[in-house]
Design a protein around this ligand. Structure first.
Ligand SMILES: Nc1nc2c(ncn2[C@@H]2O[C@H](COP(=O)(O)OP(=O)(O)OP(=O)(O)O)[C@@H](O)[C@H]2O)c(=O)[nH]1
Ligand SMILES: [Mg+2]
Length: 424
């Protein structure tokens, strides 16, 4: 970005901030107004009740019970809790996030607080990964141009951020070739690095022919979430259910992790939060494929567009797990041959190279179509996302940076690389 570009973007960010602030204030005023109206109505209602009290005491008490129970349902925290983001200060976080959106051609009135909030979280989450090499590299370089020696440093830093040896080699040799052609300062070096990393992440996405994974309308889409235990499959499924139902796709959840006792309960909480039904079988050691069978029947009856299937991560042996997945797929193929199946591997970024090993072994036997990277908040190993793209050849479809219902977004390589290599 040139200075003028960045000045313009800052102005843009200030305008965007003012607009969002205005919108928020208007919303607040509107809510206040509604609240006052509600109070007024309640007051009137109470007066009315008071008048009627003597005559219809019995009847009145019944009515009050009803009102009490309805208002209890509306108390946040008791049932479906979706925390809405608040507009913070007009600070560096806001400016950076707005600039990233502006650089992608977003118009001021198209940006939402959700997007700003997400980018801020993503950038903050990747801070540890970034500190590992960008900050250190720029510190080492000062104002000097990149040299073959500084590339050796960069190589070590990339490997430390779990980018993986193969991916690091590729990036470093591209930089070496570039250095043979021209002198690169620190900032230009980072810019070139961003471009190279983006190319690596984009390759499997381009090869898949689908930029953005969304359910195909008018069809049954079945997304299987697979991965070893504890990586975040169930949480991710809950967030996907929210994203899908709030984007108006008719959604259903199949609780096919029958291995872990609490899995169904955990899913039901997520289902309630996003208003999505959960198909389950509470009996001990129920067959996961049987749950999927029931879920498909329901999905067909209800014209469901997206069926999200939670699977177990802790079957005793890996073969067992793979057999289970194969059985689930067979059932889907048999019952709905024209369903669109996505097998999405959930990977915990904080497991770094270990996670990559898992990805490789799953990819061999599970016929995966994409990856979801979780726990990008607060790890120094976010670089593993690059290894997933380069070494396992999987398109990254979603990323998560937190435990909240809105902390999962469709993957955007530009935003990811900008967040990972942000220079402030
Ligand atoms: N910080 C953070 N925590 C996460 C994220 N995603 C999931 N978790 C947490 O990781 C833990 C495990 O998540 P689960 O969704 O239960 O993982 P799972 O893969 O379903 O686990 P099993 O069913 O036992 O195989 C929970 O405490 C989640 O809240 C994330 O993006 N960031
Ligand atoms: Mg689970």
């Amino acid at each position: 970005m040139t200075n003028t570009d960045s000045d313009n973007s800052r102005e843009w960010a200030a305008e965007a901030y003012a607009l969002l602030k205005k919108r928020q204030e208007e919303q607040k005023k509107e809510e206040q107004k509604k609240e006052e109206q509600k109070k007024e109505e309640q007051k009137k209602e109470e007066q009315k009740k008071e008048e009627q009290k003597k005559e219809e005491q019995k009847k009145e008490e019944q009515k009050k019970d009803l009102i009490d129970s309805v208002s209890k349902e509306n108390i946040p925290g008791l049932s479906k809790t979706v925390v809405e983001p608040e507009l913070g200060e007009f600070d560096d976080n806001f400016t950076w996030s707005a600039m990233v959106l502006a650089a992608q051609g977003k118009k001021i009135n198209q940006i939402s607080l959700d997007e700003i909030d997400w980018l801020t979280k993503l950038r903050r989450g990747l801070e540890e990964t970034r500190k590992g090499f960008v900050t250190e590299l720029l510190d080492k370089l000062g104002d000097d141009p990149l040299t073959p020696e500084s590339l050796d440093d960069l190589e070590t830093l990339l490997i430390r951020a779990d980018v993986g040896i193969g991916t690091t080699d590729k990036v470093i040799s591209a930089l070496r070739t570039k250095l043979n052609e021209e002198v690169l300062g620190g900032e230009a070096g980072i810019k070139f690095l961003k471009k190279e990393l983006k190319l690596i992440i984009d390759k499997p996405i381009l090869n898949s022919g689908t930029d953005l994974l969304v359910p195909k309308k008018g069809k049954l889409n079945v997304w299987l979430l697979v991965g070893v235990n504890g990586v975040g499959k169930t949480t991710t499924l809950g967030k996907l259910a929210y994203l899908s139902s709030s984007s108006n796709y008719k959604t259903l959840i199949a609780a096919a992790d029958t291995f872990r006792a609490a899995a169904v309960e955990q899913l039901k909480v997520w289902g309630e939060r996003s208003n999505v039904d959960v198909i389950s079988n509470q009996s001990k050691n129920a067959d996961p494929a049987a749950v999927v069978f029931d879920a498909i029947n329901s999905a067909k009856k209800r014209n469901v567009e997206l069926l999200l299937v939670d699977t177990a991560g802790r079957l005793q042996t890996k073969n067992n797990l793979m057999d289970e997945l194969a059985k689930i797929k067979k059932i889907i193929d048999k019952k709905v041959p024209d369903a669109i199946i996505e097998s999405l591997l959930v990977l915990d970024a904080s497991q770094g190279q270990n996670g990559l090993k898992q990805a490789k072994s799953f990819a061999k036997s599970a016929n995966l179509s994409g990856a979801i990277i979780t726990k990008l908040d607060g790890t120094s190993r976010g670089g593993v996302s690059l290894a997933v793209s380069e070494e396992v050849n999987l398109p990254i479809r979603f990323i998560a940076a937190g435990e909240g219902i809105k902390d999962l977004r469709p993957f955007n390589s530009y935003e990811f690389v900008e967040a990972m290599l942000a220079d402030k």
